[in-house]
Design a protein around this ligand. Structure first.
Ligand SMILES: Cc1cc2nc3c(=O)[nH]c(=O)nc-3n(C[C@H](O)[C@H](O)[C@H](O)COP(=O)(O)OP(=O)(O)OC[C@H]3O[C@@H](n4cnc5c(N)ncnc54)[C@H](O)[C@@H]3O)c2cc1C
Length: 533
């Protein structure tokens, strides 16, 4: 098997690369994906999020190590497995963060990654139903739509936030992020638009693109110092493929560093411990792990107007199912979180440092069975956590899960912002717009009052909002893994292209940023391609 490029991982970033690198027909591309094809109806239907959250096939279903600041809890970490990667199982929320996030990347030593540099790649990717503007694109591969119908409960949340002085915001990717409003979702005609739908499907028939599913990359192959191919396991059989130009690792923030470490690129002491010959001692591979912790504040609602009520009654389930089948609208087309709030929590925050995900549903765990009462959730998350963690191989077995240690709530700043977020949720609940909808606070509940009690609640119940990044960060400092062209330092022929290269987490959700990263990487790769003929 001989190709120009091998892309490892068909997630948000990998699908973009497969499309853009095969588009002009000059290069051959092999896309290797460890998981299966994305045929399930639960991937297509936005509300299938609840079904794929613990799915044994479409989800890697990782757990963190016991978390020292979460009272030793192991936190469930879903990750998409199969074509589309996480974009096939995610919450569809379309947010890219703040311009300042990208200017910060540039300031951290990454020329070409400032806001003005990345904006054209966001725009190029986008097919926003609202049309094109200075900050948005139309006609790109990634479909984006408004939530077609309003819910009185979501409207009350937005109204409640307005009572506290937060502006109404109908475009969190517009000029200002601050405020409350409905999210836009990555859907088209009531169906999920994953990166596989957006980028891979239109490219599948190209003769110069090969896609192998159920193909788990186990090791990068080298010719001297240069990466020249990938060893992978397909249905139990060991195989190899060669890359004449480059190997592009897009296995996501947990498995890109894992694959590098298994291939001898990583912290020397870790590799020595596992008996892996050190090809390149790069201490940053797997370091700098950052994630958003969500703390879900839940209420029992006074009216049976929530998604809990739809899902807990068989005749309402039939009604919403028929509605989706006939009109591609209603709760099945919306997913879980309909609205958001961006707010400033900590003194001195120049831009929002808190994000709320508001959903007309409540459950003990994200994606678990809804409560048997009408319920809703304000999920609170601190946008710029300062805690840092690690991803490290736990064994030489490439199919074994890596050890994940995010160290949530490891700093005072993170604790303070989280507590402020919970208090803000309570203030919104107490507004005249919202209070009429509330029977009681289900969690944390009235027993938790002081800051210390709220923090303890966060330690006992906080969970991921699924945005791990930073484990192969770009830069030029000693912990940097790739340069600003996403080339692995000191290893010719090898790049990492996915959310792991973010030097710092963005102040929002991470799917669109992962897509942008690959859009930009594709341009850099094509521009650096030597003319062979
Ligand atoms: C449950 C959930 C909800 C989320 N909700 C949102 C949301 O609403 N909005 C948002 O913007 N973001 C959301 N995210 C985050 C966002 O989807 C991810 O940050 C983004 O998709 C990451 O893209 P990626 O390309 O870095 O990695 P991924 O999309 O994870 O892709 C990595 C791919 O590599 C494959 N792979 C891994 N190892 C190997 C190997 N060794 N060999 C071959 N293939 C391999 C994986 O199977 C996967 O397909 C959510 C994520 C999850 C899990």
């Amino acid at each position: 098997m001989q190709f120009d490029y091998i892309v490892v991982g068909a997630g948000s970033s990998g699908c973009v690369l497969a499309n853009r690198l095969s588009a002009d027909g000059r290069s051959s591309v092999l896309l290797l994906e460890a998981g299966p094809r994305d045929d399930s109806l639960w991937i297509r239907v936005p509300i299938g999020y609840g079904k794929t959250m613990f799915h044994p096939v479409y989800n890697w279903g990782f757990y963190t190590e016991p978390e020292p600041h979460l009272n030793g809890r192991k936190v469930y970490w879903p990750r998409g497995r199969g074509l589309g990667g996480c974009s096939s199982i995610n919450g569809l929320i379309f947010i890219r963060g703040q311009p300042q996030d990208y200017d910060n990347w540039a300031r951290l030593g990454n020329p070409g990654w400032g806001w003005r540099d990345v904006l054209p790649y966001f725009i190029r990717s986008e097919d926003n139903a609202r049309g094109a503007s200075a900050l948005h694109g139309a006609g790109g591969p990634l479909a984006v739509a408004d939530i077609g119908e309003r819910s009185e409960l979501v409207d009350a949340f937005i109204e409640g936030a307005a009572e506290l002085g937060f502006p109404r915001n109908d475009d969190f990717n517009g000029l200002e992020q601050e405020g409350a409003g409905y999210y836009q979702l990555t859907t088209r005609n009531g169906l999920r638009c994953s990166a596989a739908d957006a980028y891979l499907k239109p490219a599948r028939r190209r003769p110069n693109l090969a896609v192998e599913t159920d193909a788990h990359a186990t090791r990068i192959l080298f010719d001297g110092a240069r990466a020249c191919g990938v060893a992978f396991r397909r249905r139990g059989v060991e195989r190899e493929a060669r890359a004449a130009r480059e190997v592009l690792v897009s296995a996501g923030s947990l498995q890109s560093p894992q694959l590098l470490q298994l291939s001898g690129i990583g912290p020397g002491d870790l590799l020595n411990r596992h008996g892996i010959p050190v090809r390149r001692d790069l201490p940053g591979v797997g370091a700098n792990l950052q994630d958003h912790l969500q703390v879900r504040v839940m209420y029992q609602c006074s009216k049976p107007i929530t998604t809990n009520d739809d899902l807990n009654s068989w005749h309402r389930r039939i009604r919403i199912g028929l509605r989706w089948l006939l009109t591609r609208s209603g709760p099945l087309a919306i997913g879980i979180n309909q609205a958001g709030l961006f707010a400033r929590a900590l003194p001195g925050a120049a831009t929002p440092d808190l994000q709320f995900h508001f959903g007309t549903l409540s459950a003990d765990l994200a994606g678990a069975r809804p409560h048997d009462f009408p319920g809703f959730t304000m999920s609170v998350c601190h946008l710029r956590p300062t805690s840092r963690g690690t991803v490290a191989i736990a064994s030489r077995d490439p199919l074994a899960a890596p050890a994940l240690q995010p160290n949530y709530l490891g700093t005072e700043v993170d604790c303070a912002a989280t507590v402020e977020g919970i208090k803000l949720a309570r203030r919104i609940a107490a507004t005249s717009a919202m209070s009429g909808y509330i029977v009681r606070e289900h969690r944390p509940g009235p027993a938790a009052e002081s800051d210390a009690e709220l923090l303890e609640f966060a330690r006992n119940h906080g969970a991921t909002i699924f945005h791990p990044v930073g484990t192969c960060k770009m830069g030029s400092d000693p912990l940097a893994v790739v340069d600003s062209q996403l080339r692995v330092h000191g290893v010719p022929g090898l790049r990492v292209v996915d959310a792991s290269v973010m030097p710092a987490l963005v102040s929002g959700n991470t799917n669109w940023p992962a897509i942008m990263i690959a859009e930009k990487a594709a341009d850099m790769i094509l521009q650096s391609m030597p003319v062979l003929h």
